[in-house]
Design a protein around this ligand. Structure first.
Ligand SMILES: [Zn+2]
Length: 116
């Protein structure tokens, strides 16, 4: 793999370039994955917390949103295999999808709670 900053070869899988110390594509992807895992965990936690009150009426929406998040995560996992620029692009897309899914769910939760 070639470093995007200094252009020298670095060891495949390294998170930082051994020549200039810049973060590699793999490093960025790893960070994105960590952030995503954190966000997904937070999302589930929030869902359980808010969902307690309105769980019955919005359960299908929650399930749909969670499914979307899981799918986005899988997409990222696949994208990380050939850890290259295209992988990073796919990871960004997946993160956007996950964020969108979370937003949709939040909107559904808001709607459900307004009914009361
Ligand atoms: Zn470098």
């Amino acid at each position: 793999m070639k470093c995007v900053k200094c252009g020298k070869e670095y060891e495949a899988g390294a998170h930082y370039c051994s020549h200039c110390g810049a973060m590699t594509a793999e490093g960025e992807l790893s960070l994105a994955l960590t952030d995503f895992a954190k966000a997904a965990k937070q999302l589930v936690k929030q869902t359980v917390k808010i969902g307690d009150k309105h769980l019955k009426e919005i359960k299908p929406d929650i399930n749909k949103a969670i499914k979307q998040v899981v799918e986005a995560g899988n997409e990222m996992k696949n994208a990380s295999k050939p850890a290259a620029k295209t992988g990073l692009e796919a990871a960004r897309t997946a993160l956007q999808l996950a964020a969108q899914a979370a937003e949709n769910m939040a909107a559904q939760l808001r709607k459900a709670s307004e009914k009361r």
